[in-house]
Design a binder for this molecule. Structure first.
Ligand code: ADP
Ligand code: MG
Length: 700
């Protein structure tokens, strides 16, 4: 590879000597196209090969670098005709046996008298040996650890902290390392530093050129971490600047709706309210009403743990919109929840002449046609529904406010789809699954965030108990006792997707159905038991739910369709079957159906044998009812890819930053981005030139 060919950071790797079409295709598989991509391709891990060990001191199993002279070498055929290259390498202290399989070409490098450096894991045989050590030839007086700045020389692979990359078949570590070294040598100094000097100096970060060098060939561990951090920060800063600019664009939009924050609807709400808002609710409401009053559309996320009382805050906004002659659309992930919201809203506003309608897939065609005509004409004030709201023939006359409840069950796409049905409507998304800060700052980074941190006063704690199949009776005894005291309960089965027709879903449904029968006939013959699942007709579902709300049904046996949003405060006990089949967030949501009153509540998990990972998850669940702690735990265990919404987002893939490790850096990037843009919204200052260029590049 001739250095001069590397030329500029934007140059394609394809033109480098030694790359060729095949290797270029493989580099492409790694997402590497340009010289710059290669510079920022962080090693997967590093190996410390900086200390030379004496052969006599080698210990079995401990990776080591040794330097010695080839005393003897040869090729032979082993069993099944494999070629084995064998060599004896000696230093002042002893002799090491080395073996390589299927690599006959190595024999040429192993001439007797040749000095070599070896890196491998020693094994104790008849004498100490290494199988497949990494091999490097050195000149007799060459110091492998010499660190000449101008040339990486032979010391690329030995005598230093050595990078190890994620590669695909057909590329070797040694070849790749050399490619990186060549490229770095040619272009590292020409990389333009995006960070303004004061910022870099404040954090004592290296310049981009040396950061990139140290990322690949770190002289020492501390230097590596500081280089990595600095480059991760670059990446995060760009992301945050992009998000901040997107927020800024929203602010420049004029919305048509003007709000009357006080009026007949809010007045009725105040009178109807059976409780005082908590201070968390008040603060959130304050944010939201301030948003409505602004000339540009709201885009805000309201988060708060299960049961903190988000519904009333939503309905307050509904009241403000309706008395201002705007239409409102509320979307919820399940019919049950949509119905519940419709019920709550109708009840609260019953003294007013407000038309509230429910629009789900369950609404019969003729009725639906009439409904959507009314909505389109603006004669219906509030439409509450499921994804059915997204259908193209659902249109509004003056859609002022869009609310999406349990946003984590939807994707970002649906949010945008619903908002498009109005002219710059205000958008509020609501979630009970606490969004870990990292996601709040990335996937949801274009939203303002309000949090309700408290729970209504007087809530009794929920006790969670995990019992084995054999102790199932304990759970039943508790259910019996609660029901006898006039309380209600749930028994939940893990039917993951009620709409799916897969055989396993059917099987689980049968299990829930059979269970309901057994509970009814044998276990709680004295109780009124209802069955609720996703494959029931909507009318039937609603009837069962109504019966549960009214207390006519005491124990509701159901699939996971009760997971989100349902609010029956009299329910104080829940039994979850096969809890291992649920994620933590889901378990937390389910458990949130109880513990909504002053009475103590109990959640029982009935498990069979579970493996370690699941055991750990369930233990975490038993130990805390804090949704935020659980969400972080989930993120730690499973990574962000599992979180809903992220998949649809065209997930932000970091090159260098690490979602888990760099949380603090992410905060810092957010603050810096805000500060930079406050001083210089267009980033016109010459010291931001590189940042500005990188921002305008597609894909950033
Ligand atoms: P979530 O935040 O999970 O959506 P909900 O809005 O369903 O919670 O509220 C849970 C329960 O708490 C409801 O029964 C609601 O009436 C009640 N609630 C809400 N706010 C308060 C409050 N400030 N004081 C007492 N009860 C409240
Ligand atoms: Mg809710």
């Amino acid at each position: 590879m001739a250095v001069s060919q590397v030329a500029s950071p934007q140059r394609s790797l394809r033109y480098l000597k030694g790359v060729g079409p095949q290797r270029f295709a493989r580099l492409n598989q790694l997402g590497l196209d340009t010289v710059q991509d290669l510079c920022l391709y962080a090693p997967r891990r590093y190996e410390d090969r900086s200390h030379l060990a004496m052969i006599r001191e080698l210990r079995a199993g401990e990776w080591a670098v040794v330097r010695g002279t080839v005393l003897a070498a040869g090729v032979r055929r082993g069993r099944r005709r494999q070629t084995i290259v064998e060599a004896a390498v000696g230093d002042r202290s002893g002799v090491l046996r080395c073996l390589w399989f299927h690599q006959p070409y190595l024999a040429q490098q192993l001439k007797v008298g040749q000095d070599v450096v070896l890196y491998g894991q020693p094994e104790a045989g008849a004498r100490m040996q290494m199988i497949h050590p990494e091999l490097e030839r050195v000149e007799p007086d060459e110091e492998p650890s010499s660190d000449q700045a101008s040339s990486w020389g032979e010391s690329l692979h030995m005598g230093r902290i050595v990078p190890v990359y994620s590669l695909v078949g057909g590329l070797t570590q040694r070849w790749f390392r050399r490619l990186v070294a060549t490229v770095l040598e040619a272009v590292a100094d020409t990389l333009e530093d995006p960070l303004p000097v004061p910022l870099r100096e404040l954090h004592e970060w290296p310049e981009v050129s040396s950061a990139v060098r140290q990322l690949h060939f770190p002289p020492a561990w501390p230097a590596l971490e500081s280089a990595r951090q600095r480059l991760a920060f670059d990446e995060l800063l760009l992301l945050q600047l992009g998000l901040a600019q997107r927020r800024a664009r929203t602010v420049s939009v004029q919305k048509p709706q003007r709000y009357q924050l006080e009026g007949p609807c809010t007045q009725v709400l105040r009178q109807q309210l059976p409780f005082q808002l908590t201070s968390g609710q008040q603060r959130a409401l304050h944010d939201l009403l301030a948003d409505l009053a602004r000339p540009y559309p709201m885009s805000r996320l309201l988060q708060g743990d299960v049961g903190c009382g988000k519904t009333i805050v939503m309905l307050w906004l509904v009241a403000a919109a309706v008395q201002s002659d705007g239409q409102v659309a509320i979307m919820a992930p399940t019919e049950l929840l949509a119905e519940q919201h419709a019920r709550t809203a109708r009840h609260l506003f019953k003294s007013l002449d407000i038309s509230i309608t429910l629009l789900t897939h369950g609404v019969p065609a003729t009725q639906r046609h009439r409904l959507i005509t009314e909505v389109a004409a603006g004669r219906i004030n509030v439409v509450i529904g499921t994804q059915a709201l997204l259908q193209p023939d659902v249109t509004f006359r003056r859609l002022a406010l869009v609310i999406i409840d349990e946003q984590h069950k939807f994707g970002v796409v649906q949010r945008a789809q619903l908002a498009k049905k109005g002219a710059a409507p205000d958008v509020l998304v609501v979630t009970a699954t606490p969004i870990p800060r990292t996601l709040a700052l990335t996937v949801y980074g274009d939203l303002e965030i309000s949090t309700i941190p408290d729970q209504p006063p007087g809530r009794a704690p929920i006790i969670t108990r995990c019992v084995a199949e054999a102790q199932r009776e304990q759970a039943y005894a508790n259910v019996r006792e609660q029901l006898a005291r006039g309380r209600q309960g749930y028994v939940v089965y893990p039917l993951v997707d009620a709409a799916s027709e897969t055989s396993s879903a059917t099987k689980e449904l049968r299990a829930a159905t059979a269970m309901a029968k057994q509970l009814r006939d044998e276990i709680f013959p004295e109780c009124r038991i209802g069955l609720l699942h996703g494959q029931m007709r909507p009318k039937e579902k609603e009837r069962i739910m109504q019966a549960f709300v009214s207390g006519e049904i005491q124990l509701l046996v159901s699939t996971v369709i009760v997971e989100v949003g349902l609010d029956v405060p009299n329910a104080t006990v829940m039994v979850i079957e096969h809890p291992d089949r649920f994620g933590l967030a889901q378990l937390h949501q389910l458990r949130g159906r109880i513990g909504r009153s002053h009475d103590p509540a109990c959640c029982w998990l009935v498990t069979g044998e579970v493996d370690d990972d699941i055991g750990q998850r369930l233990r975490a669940f038993v130990q805390t009812t804090d949704g935020f702690v659980l969400a972080e735990h989930d993120l730690d265990q499973r990574g962000p890819g599992h979180l809903r919404g992220s998949q649809q987002h065209g997930w932000i893939r970091f090159r260098i930053a690490d979602f888990m490790k760099d949380r603090a850096l992410l905060e810092l990037a957010r603050d810096e981005a805000t500060r930079l843009l406050r001083h210089d919204p267009q980033l016109r200052n010459p010291e931001y030139r590189v940042l500005r260029q990188q921002l305008s590049r597609p894909g950033s």
